[in-house]
Design a protein around this ligand. Structure first.
Ligand SMILES: [Zn+2]
Length: 379
């Protein structure tokens, strides 16, 4: 039967999922859950009783205050749901299983050395099946698979389109193929976008609700959150700051544009012909090596040109660094912040902060798994 908003079964499911969605951000009392979902107190209590009986949530202890006992808060049980998270990028693949409270249950770094277009799906499926078998999770508690990959991609059809220098996965309908193989929903999203949404509300974002997540490794990716919502446009596409031009007569980029930020600021492009092989090596020697110092400054100049364009298009107050730039961020972030604010139109009124994001290996998988939880809990 089609689930339409007029359908009572749909309404019930919608309210249950709205309740679970709210609890993903932390414990809440029944009254607070009612207020935030717009349900009556009795309807919220009824849903809470059902979810308690099904073992999806628990009551945590009330606390004593000067005004008396606080209402008993409800919290999600970590085993209420699980999702598989897959983080794909040009350097490889990290896969894992994450519970609904964000704890990583299993994690693997996959070497893609012998993967090719004929065996890549088989290898990925093998890995996911292996992890699911090892963890022995109840099938009905699996929300699905979330895949984060470099853009451009079409999240609606689960199709990785033509990300530059990503030949292994170019033009791959990864969503429908994996769905058929694994018999569960598979969701696809741009990796910078899902990392941006993952950082919303985390301490690393320092309360910002309008920020840019800048993912720099062998490419330059961007995810933009404005007023607490991930920015998405026509055709489900998101921002591609790496493919905005910082030099109209510059280098030809693999995307077809000229002078793209990525053509200069992606780490392999920055380091080409310098003798340095990684950003880590640059930052390890920056205090005594002149060339390393020059490269760090150059990277700050390139990125600030792109970031200021983004600030002028949409008003952001924070830039969160992810990818290779997390290494040595204590030194690099203040330098980049200085360059950005020196060029920013709004530096007097709204100076931009540059901070490291929450983006370690757990965060990469957690952000990918969140794609599945978010979609699953939308009904
Ligand atoms: Zn480009």
């Amino acid at each position: 039967m089609a689930m339409t908003p007029r359908n009572a079964e749909y309404t019930k499911e919608y309210n249950r999922k709205a309740f679970l969605r709210l609890l993903r951000s932390g414990p809440l009392s029944r009254a607070e859950a009612a207020r935030r979902t717009g349900l009556t107190r009795s309807a919220a209590s009824l849903i809470a009783e059902e979810l308690l009986a099904e073992g999806l949530i628990v009551e945590t202890s009330a606390t004593e205050t000067k005004l008396g006992r606080t209402p008993v808060p409800l919290a999600l049980r970590p085993d209420a749901g699980y999702a598989v998270g897959i983080y794909l990028n040009r350097d490889g693949c990290t896969a894992g299983i994450v519970d609904i409270c964000g704890n990583t249950v299993s994690q693997q770094r996959l070497r893609m050395g012998d993967w090719d277009v004929t065996n890549k799906i088989e290898r990925l499926v093998e890995c996911i099946r292996g992890m699911l078998a090892d963890c022995q999770l109840p099938r009905e508690r699996l929300a699905g698979v979330g895949i984060s990959a470099p853009g451009p991609l079409d999240g609606e059809s689960g199709h990785i389109l033509n990300p530059p220098k990503f030949p292994l996965w170019n033009n791959t309908k990864i969503g429908p193929i994996l769905e058929a193989e694994l018999d569960m929903p598979v969701y696809l999203e741009n990796n910078a976008s899902c990392l941006a949404r993952y950082n919303l509300g985390k301490p690393e974002a320092r309360g910002s609700e309008s920020f840019l997540l800048l993912l720099v490794d062998s490419g330059v990716g961007s995810g933009v959150v404005i007023n607490g919502k991930l920015l998405k446009g026509a055709g489900y596409f998101t921002s591609e700051l790496g493919h905005t031009s910082i030099n109209y007569r510059g280098k030809r980029c693999a995307c077809g544009n000229i002078g793209c930020l990525e053509a200069y600021a992606a780490i392999p492009n920055l380091l080409q012909g310098t003798g340095f092989s990684s950003w880590r090596e640059v930052m390890d020697t920056v205090s005594f090596d002149k060339l390393a110092g020059k490269l760090m400054k150059l990277e700050a100049e390139y990125l600030s040109a792109g970031i200021v364009t983004m600030c002028n298009l949409v008003s952001i107050d924070t830039v969160l660094l992810a990818g290779d730039l997390l290494y040595g961020a204590d030194t690099f972030a203040p330098l980049l912040e200085k360059h950005v604010n020196a060029r920013s139109l709004r530096r007097e009124m709204l100076p931009v902060r540059v901070l490291p994001s929450k983006a370690g290996a757990d965060a990469l998988i957690g952000a990918a798994a969140d794609i599945a939880f978010d979609r699953y809990l939308m009904v």
